[in-house]
Structures are given as structure tokens and as C-alpha cells.
Ligand binder design. Structure first.
Ligand code: NAP
Length: 301
């Protein structure tokens, strides 16, 4: 298998990178481990993507996917396990075989961080969840908890409040870091209660399912579901031997989306960017493909 530009990761950053690479005339392969869309698939409602008034993450994913296919991307479903550079060529080891490419764009995104509270791991899938869109419908008419103070926690708490009887939003500080528009909506929603400057001490259950949560201030709340949205961890292991990462594991890129290895670019949530939105991921993807184009054009192959 070989291509001009290999994009690893099929979220918004990866799909945008593939589209720009294809429109610049390059053979482009998009390698995705699971389903195209990445974290976007888990966003219930998105209203701040320019030009699209209000839609679901699923709908927006489908539109991006169709566009990417129509531009002619070769989409391969598989996992990249190693990146090597031999002379000017990259060789990426995957479970579908090796892929040779002239430039590689890593857009592998990020995954949910866990709280580390006692009982959390034991009750994953038995009441503890990291995805409201996936698991929220199981908690129709029940009392649930959402944890976190960022955009994800507030967006998902709003979603859950439409399904559950009540949502208690727990945040460790007295102020949210989420966008003001979301904070205003949370304050207006009647079945959302706030527990600020508080946290989960322990997740309790009967062995089969969650029954209670013990808070740091000693309160015990009877609940059926605990939804945890306390940030993300970058999926950057793949580059650990070839490119620099920051202390949290995000791939270091400059304003051209170049990593420390020539010809290797990175885009979206996996990078040490300052703002992680769907629109910035798409912008990163476009820029990385444009710079990959400049890089390939500057060499004689
Ligand atoms: P985030 O912005 O990093 O927020 C994580 C939240 O979890 C923070 O409030 C943090 O508290 C809290 N937290 C972290 N570790 C914790 C712990 N051990 N115990 C308790 N609380 C903890 O992460 P995110 O909300 O998942 O968002 C990730 C990125 O995606 C952000 O850049 C966000 O803007 C973006 N996003 C955008 C949208 C949108 O535009 N609609 C939707 C979703 C996500 P502190 O505040 O005290 O640090």
C-alpha cells in the first residue's frame, strides 16, 4: 500500500486534512481505527459550527464523511502501530499492512479522562459512563450525575436533562470554565442542580449497578447514572519515538502544524493547541494538508 499523504485519524481534523490534500491533487489515504467522526460522534447538539445552524454530531459527521469520500479519499479501517522515516519516505506499520507515504498527518484526537475515584472502574457500563449520547437513553426518568466544568460537561448535562428526571452537576471549583452561553443555559434548566466546589469521593453500588455516590463534603446522593466529563487525554503514543510531545502528551506543533520531525504534521485535539473545537480541528486539518503540500513540493522525489 502506498500514497502521497497518509492521514491517521478520521475525526473532523483528519477528514478536513484529507479533503484539502485531495483537492490539492494528492493521492490521500485516511486511516481510521473505529468509525469516522471521532469525538464529534458523541456530541448531541452542535450550534457553533459556522454555516450550520444547529445539528447533531452524528449528522455533521455524515456530511463530512460524504464530502471526504466524494473528493476521493482511500479510507482504510485499521490501527497504526509505528511510524518510521527511511530517507524521505515514511513507513507506517498498521494491522492492515505497511503504508508508505511522502508525508503523514497525525489527527488521532483524544479520549476521555477518568476520575480515579474508588468504585469508578468497577461500575463502568453499570451506571458509570463517559458518553451521554451513547448511554443517556438508559437513564430515562432517573436521577443522574454529571461531573466536570468544561464545555463537554455542560453540553452533556443539558442533553441528559432532557432524558433524566434530574441531573446534579458536580464541579470541583465554584466557577465553570465552559463558555458563558452554556453556563446560562445550565442555570435556566429547572431539573439541573449544582454541586459546586465538590467532587466524587466514591462510587457505590450493589455489585450489579450504581446506587449512590459519596461526595467530598460527606453527602450521599442516591443516583442511577454517573456521567464523567473531566477532560481528555491525547492519543499520541504513536509518535512518542519520532516527535516531541508536551508534559501532558499533546504533540508539539508550530503554527504550520509541523511536528519536530520533517514531513510529519499533526492536527486537532492531539496537538498542544489552545482551543479544541470542531471548527479549530477542521482549520488545523486544512492547514496541515496545505503545509504537507508545500513540504512535498519542495523536495525532488
Ligand atoms: P476541559 O475543557 O479540559 O474541562 C475539563 C473539566 O473537568 C474542567 O472543568 C476541570 O476542572 C474538570 N476536571 C479535570 N480533572 C478533574 C478531576 N480529576 N476531578 C474533577 N474535575 C476535573 O475538557 P472538555 O470539557 O472535555 O473539553 C475538551 C475540549 O473540547 C475543550 O477545548 C472544549 O472547549 C472542547 N469542546 C467544545 C464544545 C463546543 O464547542 N460545543 C463541546 C465540547 C468540548 P477545572 O475547571 O477546575 O480545571
Amino acid at each position: 500500500m502506498d500514497t502521497d499523504i497518509l492521514v491517521i485519524g478520521g475525526g473532523p481534523a483528519g477528514m478536513s486534512a484529507a479533503q484539502y490534500a485531495l483537492r490539492a491533487g494528492y493521492r490521500t489515504m485516511l486511516l481510521e481505527m473505529m468509525a469516522l467522526g471521532g469525538q464529534l460522534l458523541q456530541i448531541d447538539e452542535i450550534e457553533n459550527y459556522p454555516g450550520i445552524e444547529k445539528t447533531s454530531g452524528f449528522e455533521l459527521t455524515k456530511k463530512m464523511e460524504t464530502q471526504t469520500e466524494e473528493f476521493g479519499a482511500e479510507i482504510v479501517y485499521g490501527e497504526a502501530t509505528k511510524i518510521e522515516k527511511n530517507g524521505p519516505f515514511f513507513s507506517v506499520e498498521t494491522d492492515q499492512g505497511n503504508i508508505e507515504a511522502k508525508a503523514v498527518i497525525v489527527a488521532t484526537g483524544a479520549t476521555h479522562r477518568h476520575l480515579g475515584a474508588p468504585g469508578e472502574e468497577e461500575y463502568i457500563g453499570k451506571g458509570v459512563s463517559y458518553c451521554a449520547t451513547c448511554d443517556g437513553p438508559f437513564f430515562k426518568g432517573k436521577d443522574v450525575i454529571a461531573v466536570g466544568g468544561g464545555d463537554t460537561a455542560l453540553t452533556e448535562a443539558l442533553y441528559l436533562s432532557k432524558i433524566a428526571k434530574s441531573v446534579t452537576l458536580i464541579h470541583r471549583r465554584s466557577e465553570f470554565r465552559a463558555q458563558k452561553a452554556l453556563v446560562d443555559k445550565i442555570n435556566e434548566r429547572e431539573n439541573i442542580a449544582l454541586e459546586l466546589s465538590n467532587g466524587i469521593k466514591e462510587v457505590l453500588g450493589d455489585g450489579e449497578k450504581v446506587t449512590h455516590v459519596l461526595l467530598n463534603d460527606g453527602k450521599s446522593l442516591p443516583v442511577s447514572g454517573i456521567f464523567i466529563f473531566v477532560g481528555i487525554t491525547p492519543n499520541s503514543e504513536l509518535v512518542k519515538n519520532v516527535a516531541d510531545r508536551d508534559e501532558s502528551g499533546f504533540i508539539k506543533v508550530n503554527d504550520r502544524k509541523e511536528t519536530s520531525l520533517k514531513g510529519l504534521f499533526a492536527a486537532g485535539d492531539v496537538t498542544d493547541t489552545h482551543f479544541r473545537q470542531v471548527v479549530t480541528a477542521c482549520s488545523d486539518g486544512a492547514l496541515s494538508a496545505h503545509m504537507a503540500d508545500e513540504y512535498i513540493s519542495s523536495l525532488s522525489w
